[in-house]
Write a protein that binds this ligand. Structure first.
Ligand code: NAD
Ligand code: WQD
Length: 337
């Protein structure tokens, strides 16, 4: 299949590109590099040994996207292009609504005009909000999001649902990611956050490589066994494989479908620090700090549906996630720079 990856130069998009190319698909990466580097394209080509089509364009630019779609005639689109920093979304809500919603509408309009009928969307566990019981199941109501970023995902899911209801030819697969970490085992691609990392694993990796002095653990008074929050961390290559399955599913099924992509097994912040130390033989200096506003105590996926319907399950464990993160970071101490 020809698959257009909107935002395909980013962290999850680049790993998915490798997985798709290695499984015999052709990818077309479209990215404005607002949160990624052009070097990613060279690295994808190095890993796969294949040339990859890449276009520099803003997904909000309908003229550009129409022209790329007409030229490349994809069978399917995967929509990764979005702004994703929770804290920043509180400070800059308009930017988040503009970019995330507008990219979605533009892609759907261009797809309709170019007769492209399959789309896979990067959603997030954040749409389960603050009031659902754990583990999260796809049938639960979404809402009560704690920040504008989460609301953009909530709204985009609604847009896709309405679009699928109105167009019997459309296939929409919503993938709700839990906490993606890790890197491709080659160490050629990985997560390269700009500035101070917001997320746990990139922060730990930067402490390990000496770019940060120590990790601050946000709260040790949560009602968990060690007092720190628990999350469902998933290896980014398992997540990439989930996209492969989703694309194949979209080809054969019309309508609107939602899948959790998580392992179903939560780890606490302290357990992650310990796992990283053990996997890599490196001590991570940390201090306990205040709770971070908006953090939930714990959540994880019920991952049954993806297993039963997509035939997908995770194959990599926490040790793989920690080892591959470090392999990427130690080989690229300053990311792609
Ligand atoms: P990322 O920032 O690394 O990748 C997003 C890519 O989209 C970047 O390359 C960026 O340059 C590009 N982009 C953004 N706006 C664009 C636009 N208007 N036009 C063209 N390109 C644009 O993020 P990621 O971690 O790879 O996440 C991919 C998707 O998955 C995002 O939608 C994110 O919200 C979602 N998601 C991520 C996580 C996570 O923890 N990483 C969890 C759940 C969901
Ligand atoms: C994990 C745990 C922190 C950094 C976020 C988004 C979510 C989804 C995935 C996009 C928490 C703790 C972190 C640090 C710490 N993204 N932590 N010190 O918040 O679970 O999820 O990314 O959709 O929507 O909210 O991930 O990696 O930021 O935090 O103690 O310096 O690590 O408090 O318990 P989170 P995270």
């Amino acid at each position: 299949m020809e698959i257009l990856l909107a935002g395909g130069a980013g962290y999850i998009g680049s790993h998915t590109a490798v997985e798709l190319v290695e499984q015999g698909h052709d990818v077309i990466i479209v990215d404005n590099y607002s949160n990624s580097s052009k070097e990613v394209i060279n690295r994808i080509e190095k890993i796969t040994g294949k040339q990859v089509q890449a276009f520099e364009a803003d997904i909000k630019d309908k003229t550009e996207i129409m022209s790329i779609m007409k030229e490349t005639k994809p069978d399917c689109v995967i929509h990764f292009a979005g702004m994703k920093a929770v804290g920043e979304s509180v400070a800059k809500p308009i930017d988040y609504y503009r970019n995330n919603i507008d990219t979605t509408l533009t892609l759907l309009e261009c797809m309709k005009e170019c007769n492209v009928n399959q789309i896979v969307f990067s959603s997030s566990a954040t749409v389960y909000g603050e009031e659902n019981d754990i583990p999260y199941v796809e049938t639960m109501k979404r809402g009560n999001c704690s920040n504008p970023y989460g609301w953009t995902k909530y709204m985009m899911e609604q847009i896709f649902e309405d679009a699928a209801n109105a167009d019997e030819n459309l296939s929409v697969v919503i993938l709700r990611y839990f906490n993606p970490i890790g890197a491709h085992q080659s160490g050629e691609i990985g997560e390269d956050p700009q500035g101070i990392p917001n997320n746990l694993m990139p922060y730990i990796a930067q402490v390990a490589v000496g770019r940060r002095d120590h990790l601050t653990i946000f709260g040790n008074d949560y009602p968990t066994k060690d007092g720190t929050c628990r999350r469902d961390y998933i290896h980014v290559m398992d997540l990439a494989n989930g996209h492969l399955k989703a694309v194949e599913f979209a080809r054969d099924h019309k309508g609107y479908h939602i899948f959790n992509l998580g392992t179903g097994e939560p780890y606490s912040v302290l357990e992650i620090v310990e796992a990283f130390e053990k996997a890599n033989g490196i001590k991570i200096k940390y201090e306990f700090g205040d709770r971070r506003l908006g953090d939930l105590t714990e959540y994880w996926a019920d991952a049954q549906k993806a297993q039963e319907v997509l035939g997908w399950k995770t194959e990599r464990d926490i040790e793989d996630m920690c080892r591959d993160t470090w392999n990427w970071q130690k080989n690229n101490p300053h990311g792609y720079a």
